[in-house]
Design a protein around this ligand. Structure first.
Ligand code: C5P
Ligand code: ZN
Length: 453
């Protein structure tokens, strides 16, 4: 029997969200602002579909930051209601004075709650927003309160959660409950398999970023030699292998990842629970990959169109995915060859493409960088330097919190920073990189040693 939403998400969170539904019902137009990454873009698509279903006109924008300039821009528009998703919890000060009501659907750890803004954040209700609910699942929960028909948006929400790496090791908490119900309702179909694209295997291995195979990524010839030495035909696809061959391939790839020093969670990436989205006829993992490459190449609107089921947009997104993959592979190969810079407690690299630094840092730390130190990818831009910080689960257990590190170090340098303990970022004025690195090295050192004590 179908479960009720009350059995799947915390009551307090649903109560808050119901207050948002009342606001939606009082207006004819809704302004939507979301973070620019896959979690934010899928949130925007979910909100747009759900609000249009409810007969509302919608104007959605994805943006890198919710800063004073962005808030001024929406303030100058004749808005009746603003919905912010996958950001906003850290910007309540900016949102509260707005002359129209505001709903925030965020999962970043809030510094405080709000009286004025309808503040829907899992952290406020005992749910870990870093693992158990993302911006897209929070937005989708809101959509489910608007209309039960929105169960058909489960796949888009799953793509958002995958974008924020909440599927690693399997969904837990509210994510797990909501997606299990979507499986029962036949919107999602789970399938356990190797995380490789449906291409001839040598190509699939050489094109793979997650997992990234050291010595093979970006090098089809090396991939071919590796497969032949394992007794596997490099020209077959995963689907064409029989179960015994599939098992052998899984085992040689797992061994390879262990040998190259990957984090234990990397093995969770190698064999993954893929989710087939019945209404969209594609895997949630692939939807996330398309949206991610659109976002990273600054075409967020295209990513949103793919989520909304636009087939022309999909064809263009496929080309962007290839372009994005090749650029990330190029950076990962360069770092393999040249190595990273190190300090006592951190490692770092420079990446001239700011939008790729996070992907490079994330794949690097998971698959082959030194596992003992978190990594910082720095992109020196015209006036600012953007930093992406990434860690591993074991570093978090040792006390590392990269959001706190980025917030403190950037805050001390007239910049800003934040994010999640395992994946965070910062922006500092250009020229402050050395100072930033010295500060974060010291902060990480202190986090690790105070956790020891
Ligand atoms: O840009 P990147 O993907 O590395 O960002 C990782 C995380 O850090 C995101 O959750 C982002 O919202 C956060 N971040 C932040 N402040 C910044 C840059 C990034 O809170 N200045
Ligand atoms: Zn998010």
């Amino acid at each position: 029997m179908a479960k009720r939403l009350e059995d799947l998400a915390p009551e307090g969170l649903l109560d808050r969200a119901r207050r948002g539904v009342v606001l939606v019902d009082g207006v004819s137009r809704v302004r939507v602002l979301c973070h620019y990454d896959p979690d934010g873009t899928t949130s925007a698509a979910i909100l747009a579909r759900a609000l249009m279903r409810r007969g509302k006109r919608v104007h959605a924008t994805m943006s890198h930051a919710l800063d004073a300039a962005m808030v001024e821009r929406v303030k100058a528009e004749p808005n009746e209601l603003l919905v912010v998703s996958d950001m906003g919890s850290a910007q309540l000060d900016l949102l509260e004075p707005l002359p129209f009501p505001v709903i925030v659907l965020d999962h970043h750890k809030p510094l405080r709650d709000s009286e004025r803004v309808v503040h829907v954040n899992p952290h406020l209700f005992g749910v870990d927003g870093a693992r158990e609910m993302c911006g897209a699942t929070t937005s989708w929960t809101f959509a489910l309160l608007l209309d039960e028909a929105n169960w058909d948006l489960a796949g888009i929400a799953a793509a958002g959660a995958i974008g924020d790496k909440q599927d690693l090791g399997g969904f837990v908490g509210s994510n797990a409950a909501l997606f299990a119900e979507a499986v029962d309702r036949k919107v999602l179909v789970p399938e356990r398999r190797l995380a490789l694209r449906d291409r001839p295997l040598a190509q699939a291995l050489a094109l793979s970023i997650s997992p990234y195979f050291r010595g093979i990524g970006g090098r089809p010839d090396q991939a071919e030699a590796f497969l032949r030495s394992a007794g596997i035909d490099p020209n077959t696809t995963l689907r064409q292998l029989d179960p015994a061959q599939r098992r052998r391939l899984t085992s040689v790839l797992a061994t390879r990842l262990v040998e190259q020093g990957a984090a234990p969670e990397a093995l969770d990436v190698l064999v993954e629970d893929r989710y087939w989205i019945e209404p969209d006829q594609m895997y949630a993992q692939d939807l996330e990959a398309y949206v991610n490459s659109c976002d990273r190449l600054e075409q967020m609107g295209l990513g949103m169109a793919v989520c909304l089921g636009d087939r022309d947009a999909l064809a263009r997104a496929e080309a962007l995915l290839d372009q994005y993959t090749n650029r990330v592979l190029e950076h990962l190969r360069t770092l393999e060859r040249e190595g990273l810079f190190t300090k006592k407690h951190i490692q770092f690299f420079y990446c001239e493409e700011a939008s790729l630094a996070g992907s490079v840092a994330g794949a690097g730390i998971q698959f082959y960088f030194d596992q003992s130190k978190p990594v910082f990818g720095l992109s020196v831009m015209e006036r600012q330097t953007k930093i992406s910080a990434r860690g591993t689960r074991s570093q978090i257990v040792q006390g590392v919190d990269l959001a706190a590190v980025c917030r403190e170090a950037a805050g001390a340098l007239e910049g800003d920073g934040g994010g999640h303990n395992i994946a965070a970022g910062a922006t500092v004025p250009k020229g402050r990189e050395e100072k930033f690195l010295t500060l974060v090295d010291d902060l990480v050192g202190r986090q690790v040693s105070s956790a020891d004590a």
